[in-house]
Write a protein that binds this ligand. Structure first.
Ligand code: ATP
Ligand code: MG
Length: 577
C-alpha cells in the first residue's frame, strides 16, 4: 500500500477528551474516529488490526471445534423475558420498538439467542457437545462510556457458547476455551493474568476473567505470590480477622459531637478504627419503581464495602440498588446521618459482615445526633438478616488459600469465561434426549472476548512517548519503507525495489511515498507503530539504507537487499511465535 493513496490522517495534537494512551494513540494514528460518546468507527489501519485479532481468535476457536455462525444484533424481547433478563439487565440494555410497538433490544450479549437456536435444533445426545461462536457487534448503553474503545457503547465481541450433556462435558469445554484464551492473548502480545471472577449479570457457577495488566485498567485483581490464588477483588474471598477474646462489656451511650466519619469518632474516642462499626445505607428497588426497601450494611470501620458481594448477598440485579439519602430514610428506619448504628434501626434489612460477629465491644452510631454507643456486640445487641463476607480485599490482607499477604494489581478485562450450567437451559427449556430417550437439560458455558477492547489493551501495553509499537501479530502492516526524497530517482528506485521484494515474500508493507518532509514521515512512522522501518535516503546512491525496529532506539546501515532479507526473516520468526 502507498501512503500517498491511503485514507489516513494522523493528528499532531492530543484530542481533547482522550485521557489514556490507547485512546490518544489510536486517535492520533488515525486508526479510529469518534462518532458520539462511546461509539467509534475504524479507519483502514485500525480495521486491519481488528481483523488480525479476529483471525487469531478464529484460528484458536476453530482448532478447538468451535463453529462460527452470525446471529443478529436485533433481538426480540420475548426471549429475554423467558430468561428473566429483560428486567435484570437494566438500563444498560439498548431497547427499541418496531412500528407495531413490538419490543426489541440491540444485543448486549447472546445467551438467549444461542439457547433458542439450540433448543429448536438439537434433540439428541448425538449432537452434543457443540460449540458455536460469533464475532459480532454488541450494544451496551454504559453509564460511563470512556477511554475510547475500552468502555464503549458499541463494540465488537467474540462470544462462544458450549452445549454439553453433563457437567464433565462442561468442564472439558471450559478447559478448552480457557486454553484457547491463553493462546489468543499470548499471540496478541498481551501480558495478562487469568483470575477467578464473579459471574455478574451473566450468571452461572464458575468464572475466570482474563486481565491484561495495566495501571489504567478498571479491573482490580488480587493475587498471591506464595500460592496460585488470583481473583478479581470483586470476587476475592476475605478472611475474617481472628475472633476477639475480650469479655462483653455493657453498652453505654456516649456524646461524640460532630464525629460523622469513622476517622472522627476513632480519634475522638481514642480507639483503633478496627474497634468501630461502619454503616452504609442503600435503597433497593423491586421490579416497579415504587416498590423498594431500605438496606443497611455494616462492616468493621477499617474495612471497605465490596458492592459485588452485597449485590450477590441480596440476590438483586446491579441496577436495582443505590446509596440511600439518610434524610429520606430517617423517618422510616430511625437512621441518623453520620450516626447510624445497627442497634436503633427498624423497618430496614440489616446485612452484617461476618467479621463483626466475633469482634467484641465495638463503637457504633447510636442513631441519635452527636452520639455513639460503645461496647456493642453482635448477637447480644443486634443481629443481621444476612451475615456474610462483604469486605473488599486490600493489599496485604491474608490470602484466602495460604494466609500470606496478597498483592493487588490493576488490569483491563479482555475476556471472561463462565460455567453457566443450566441457568439458561432451565429457564428457556433447552433439552436433549439421552440414550434412553429421556429429556435432559443441556449444560452450557459461555465465553466472551472484547475484540475492540483487546485492541486498546494491546496499545496500552505497547507504546512509548512517540506512538504505538505494534506486536507483529496484530500490526496493521509489518514494515514501512520510508522514502526520504521523492524527487531523487535513485532513492525512488531503491525504495520501490525493496517494497516490491517485501510484498513478493508476503510481508505486508507500506511505502511512504508522500511528498512530505522527512521529519513528518519519521514522526508518522513512529505514531503508526509499524514494527519494521526501512529508510531509503541519501546513501541510496551506495545501495545503503537504514534498518530499524520500532521498538529499538538504534538502527543499522545495511544494503537494501540485506534489509529486505532481514525484514522477511524477522516477520516470519515473529509470526511463528
Ligand atoms: P465490564 O465488567 O468491563 O463491564 P463485562 O464483565 O460486563 O465487562 P462481559 O459480559 O463479560 O463484560 O463481556 C465479554 C467481554 O466484552 C469483556 O470481557 C470485555 O472484554 C468486553 N466488553 C464488555 N463491555 C465492553 C464495553 N463497554 N466496551 C468494550 N468492550 C467491552
Ligand atoms: Mg465480564
Amino acid at each position: 500500500m502507498r501512503l500517498s493513496k491511503m485514507y489516513i490522517r494522523t493528528l499532531r495534537e492530543v484530542p481533547a477528551d482522550a485521557e489514556i494512551p490507547s485512546h490518544i494513540w489510536l486517535l492520533r494514528a488515525g486508526m479510529i474516529r469518534k462518532l458520539v460518546s462511546g461509539v467509534y468507527g475504524f479507519m483502514p489501519l485500525g480495521f486491519r488490526s481488528v481483523r488480525k485479532i479476529e483471525d487469531i481468535i478464529r484460528k484458536e476457536m476453530d482448532e478447538r471445534g468451535g463453529q462460527e455462525i452470525h446471529m443478529s444484533a436485533l433481538q426480540p424481547a420475548e426471549l429475554w423475558q423467558e430468561s428473566g433478563r429483560w428486567y435484570a439487565y437494566g438500563p444498560e440494555m439498548w431497547r427499541l420498538k418496531d412500528r407495531n410497538e413490538r419490543e426489541f433490544c440491540l444485543g448486549p450479549t447472546h445467551e438467549e439467542i444461542f439457547t433458542d437456536i439450540v433448543r429448536n435444533e438439537v434433540s439428541s445426545y448425538r449432537q452434543l457437545p457443540l460449540n458455536l461462536y460469533q464475532i459480532q457487534t454488541k450494544y451496551r448503553d454504559e453509564k460511563r462510556p470512556r477511554f475510547g474503545l475500552m468502555r464503549s457503547r458499541e463494540f465488537v465481541m467474540k462470544d462462544a457458547y458450549s452445549f454439553d450433556r453433563d457437567w464433565e462435558g462442561l468442564d472439558n469445554s471450559y478447559r478448552g476455551m480457557y486454553d484457547a484464551y491463553e493462546k489468543i492473548f499470548t499471540r496478541c502480545g498481551l501480558v495478562y493474568r487469568a483470575v477467578e471472577a464473579d459471574s455478574g449479570a451473566i450468571g452461572g457457577s464458575a468464572s475466570h476473567e482474563f486481565t491484561a495488566l495495566s495501571d489504567v485498567g478498571e479491573s482490580e485483581i488480587a493475587y498471591c505470590d506464595a500460592c496460585d490464588m488470583a481473583a478479581t477483588t470483586e470476587r476475592a474471598v476475605c478472611i475474617d480477622d481472628a475472633p476477639n477474646v475480650e469479655a462483653e462489656l455493657p453498652m453505654e451511650t456516649v456524646v461524640t459531637p460532630g464525629t460523622k466519619t469513622i476517622e472522627d469518632v476513632a480519634n475522638f474516642l481514642q480507639v483503633d478504627q478496627k474497634k468501630t462499626i461502619k454503616a452504609l445505607l442503600f435503597k433497593v428497588f423491586g421490579e416497579t419503581e415504587d416498590a423498594f426497601e431500605y438496606v443497611a450494611a455494616f462492616i468493621r470501620g477499617d474495612r471497605e464495602l465490596n458492592m459485588t458481594k452485597l449485590i450477590n448477598a441480596l440476590d438483586i440485579p446491579e441496577h436495582a440498588i443505590e446509596f440511600a439519602s439518610e434524610n429520606d430514610m430517617a423517618e422510616a428506619t430511625g437512621c441518623v446521618g453520620g450516626f447510624t448504628g445497627p442497634t436503633g434501626l427498624h423497618d430496614c434489612k440489616i446485612i452484617v459482615d461476618s467479621e463483626l460477629v466475633d469482634q467484641k465491644n465495638l463503637v457504633a452510631g447510636a442513631c441519635e445526633v452527636d452520639h455513639h454507643i460503645i461496647n456493642v456486640n453482635y448477637g447480644r445487641d443486634y443481629k443481621g438478616d444476612i451475615v456474610t463476607d462483604l469486605k473488599r480485599m486490600k493489599a496485604g490482607d491474608k490470602c484466602p488459600v495460604c494466609g500470606l499477604p496478597v498483592k493487588l494489581a490493576r488490569g483491563i478485562e479482555v475476556g471472561q469465561v463462565f460455567k453457566l450450567g443450566t441457568k439458561y437451559s432451565k429457564s428457556m427449556g433447552a433439552y436433549y434426549k439421552d440414550e434412553n430417550m429421556e429429556d435432559q437439560l443441556i449444560i452450557m458455558g459461555c465465553y466472551g472476548i472484547g475484540v475492540t477492547r483487546t485492541l486498546a489493551a494491546i496499545v496500552e501495553q505497547h507504546h512509548d512517548d512517540n506512538g504505538i509499537i505494534w506486536p507483529m501479530s496484530v500490526a496493521p502492516y509489518h514494515a514501512i519503507v520510508t522514502l526520504v526524497n521523492t524527487e531523487d530517482e535513485v532513492q525512488v528506485a531503491l525504495a520501490e525495489t525493496i517494497y516490491q521484494e517485501l510484498r513478493k515474500a508476503g510481508v505486508e508493507a507500506v511505502i511512504d511515498d508522500r511528498k512530505e518532509r522527512p521529519g513528518v514521515k519519521f514522526k508518522d512512522a513512529d505514531i503508526l507503530g509499524i514494527p519494521i522501518r526501512i529508510t531509503v535516503g541519501k546513501k541510496a546512491a551506495e545501495g545503503i539504507v537504514e534498518y530499524k525496529l520500532r521498538k529499538d532506539a538504534s538502527f543499522s546501515e545495511i544494503s537494501g537487499q540485506e534489509a529486505a532479507a532481514t525484514a522477511i526473516a524477522y516477520v516470519a520468526s515473529e509470526l511463528s511465535k
